[in-house]
Ligand binder design. Structure first.
Ligand code: G3P
Ligand code: CA
Length: 262
């Protein structure tokens, strides 16, 4: 992998496999990440949370209810309790056209297991999820990044500015993305952009509420813009026309097809 500078390149529009290639495989599992890597996404995106016994795992929701056969809050469960759950069968039931027998009994992976599986063969877009509810998660996450010597293979994103600022203190070069979510047409002031630019390299914002003007403003402020989660090719083409720097998608193959044709 060619480092550094991929994410800053004007030449390349970055593909982020959102929770892995999660359109085709149960999100945030090794199957989903494996497929993201196989499809040659530039990054696999990982929502990082911490269990009651302090282990970092990949899971989006605060509870295990939607993506496993169990129930309960991630932060109140131990890793052993979470590891006892089936994190794949729900996908087969929900998406029969992509169902596969080997998704049955898929386990929730730890961040360590993901790093062990892919090492330097990919890049990791790590999201600190609800860090205020998981005190100490950034320290553990960064220690793991260092243990696997992956500093140059990670970017970090978060809805929490404080969480990103912590990481920035430890590494002045790691790409950081401030996540924003708009429930109406996105607007952002120059002041807000300047504040973000003081600690982050880019913004991740929900595609459906942004437009070309927003993309322009973000770029004028010297920030990158990676919209999420863009799953239809017509929207991917729009995003590319607006000049986005990367896209988060559950279907990395679809986006790679779009940018190959440019
Ligand atoms: O990749 C951006 C996106 O992951 C942020 O939203 O809710 O899917 O984690 P969410
Ligand atoms: Ca995420």
């Amino acid at each position: 992998l060619d480092f550094p500078g991929l994410f800053l390149s004007d030449e390349k529009i970055v593909t982020v496999a959102h929770r892995g290639a999660s359109g085709y495989a149960p999100e945030s599992t090794l199957s989903s990440y494996r497929l993201g890597v196989k499809m040659k996404a530039d990054y696999i995106e990982i929502d990082v949370q911490m269990t009651a016994d302090g282990e970092l795992i990949a899971m989006h929701d605060k509870t295990v209810d939607r993506t496993t056969n169990g129930t309960g809050s991630v932060k109140k469960m131990t890793l052993a309790q979470i590891k006892a759950l089936d994190a794949g069968s729900w996908f087969n039931e929900k998406h029969p056209i992509y169902a596969r027998d080997d998704y049955v009994n898929e386990r929730v992976p730890t961040l360590r297991e993901i790093f062990e599986a892919f090492g330097k063969d990919t890049r990791y877009m790590l999201e600190t999820k609800d860090p205020e509810e998981h005190p100490g998660m950034e320290e553990k996450m960064w220690a793991l990044v260092e243990e696997f010597d992956l500093r140059k293979h990670v970017a970090v994103q978060s809805f929490s500015r404080d969480s990103l600022m912590k990481i920035r203190e430890w590494d002045k070069d790691v790409p950081l993305f401030q996540l924003l979510w708009y429930n109406r047409p996105a607007r952002i002031s120059e002041r807000a952009l300047d504040e973000i630019a003081a600690y982050a390299n880019g913004i991740g914002a929900n595609y459906l509420r942004i437009d070309e003007g927003y993309v322009d403003r973000v770029k004028q402020a010297g920030l990158l813009i990676y919209p999420y989660t863009v799953n239809y090719q017509v929207n991917m083409e729009n995003a590319v026309k607006w000049g986005v720097d990367g896209v988060h998608t559950d279907f990395p193959d679809r986006f790679l097809e779009v940018i190959e044709e440019l």
